[in-house]
Design a protein around this ligand. Sequence first.
Ligand code: ADP
Ligand code: ASP
Ligand code: MG
Length: 448
Amino acid sequence: MFVPTAGKDVVCRFVFGVACGCSFGFTSKWESKEIMALIVQKFGGTSVGSPAKIKAVAERVLRNKSQGNQMVVVLSAMSGETNRLVDLASQMQELPDTREMDMLLSTGEQVTVSLFAMAVKEAGDDAVSFLGDQVKIKTDSVHTKARIESIDSEKIRAELNQGRVVVIAGFQGVNEKGDITTLGRGGSDTTAVALAAALKADSCEIYTDVEGVYTTDPNICAKARKIDRISYDEMLELASLGAKVLDIRSVTLAKRYKVPIHVRSTFTETEGTWVIEEDKQMEGLIVSGVTYNKNEARITVSGVPNQPGIAAKIFTPISDENIIVDMIIQNQDAGKGKADMTFTVIRSDYERTLKLLQQLIKKIGAESVQGDTDITKISIVGVGMRNHSGIASTMFSVLAKEGINISMISTSEIKVSCVIEEKYTELAVRALHDAFELDKSNVSIEEQ
Ligand code: ADP
Ligand code: ASP
Ligand code: MG
């Protein structure tokens, strides 16, 4: 029988405040462990990729429930399904309408949550599935990349208190008009962390097809090493630079609401990776990971008048369309008073951005716009870089030695990124992983 704690019953509506900055009713409670745990578990597409896999996940969840835990399960669509739906949309409309896109994409998760609830019932237990709007996962109205604003946890608690497994569709919410929204690719991770924060869950487990967060993608580098513990900040960098094992917004939320995340495998019992607050031991590593992102495209606006305000004239209409710009480089041609502006956007925004700029160039007096999609952004990440020089130059030398040309560079306190030709991705990842000896654990600053 489930007896909710007083603390769990008090707060029903949880507001994720960016605009208002409010998080009332929320205090971190991971410090004080309770006897009975409320666990949020998220299973990704490969984990629920077939009826047999869904049954296996249901059994795993029920094992946890039988130990006296309350279980909230967040599911992705079956692997390949969201891509299939994106492809269908592109056969209907050149630039699919984003509201209709969300209507379509949200269906993938509806399939898995309902099948999962059936599997639990078949196993003799009880479960109930919900879509985003049924548990009031309220978002803004930016279709295909909406942000969660609040969650009403009352209904979830009521079902948990009835002894049911609550199964929630990841990746989706509802806007103020009642329209379905989606959170952007990989967004089920964010649904899980948001629910863990809203429900003050005792743990938030992200189950996937690898055993945790690695020093680089284990699927392209055999020497990749699993990281036991990683700070929110480092994970934010890894995720933002392409380590898709966790969606970046899930890490942002986890950091803000102090939700420890345990990333682990659906197919083994092995302890995975804990994503938590930074501690001294973590700072010992100069470079903790190599990432790559093939999901960007490069655009160059050539012959731009080199005068004050020109960057704003190019980038304001782009941001007004909710298109995120990543790296920016401006090359000046001193002779002609003209400049070239090169930048990267998410690949799915490429066509839209090109179209927008083609209409804009005459207005701003630029000569032409062109772009390409066969690029990769390759990055090295590590909080220890803050206090160390020479990391970027080592990276450039390693790429040069492999004959890989760098076309754009950007740095922050804890990362260096280079844009290279896509065909060199695997080669660059392996060479950098070797050069920074990431296969060896606990390489201290002194040893490097
Ligand atoms: P899910 O469908 O479970 O959400 P994803 O495909 O989104 O899974 O994320 C898991 C994948 O992330 C792995 O299969 C792996 O190829 C990739 N990946 C990229 N970088 C890393 C990394 N640093 N550590 C672990 N996995 C990574
Ligand atoms: N099904 C969505 C996607 O493939 C969301 C997710 O899996 O997290 O991007
Ligand atoms: Mg994912």
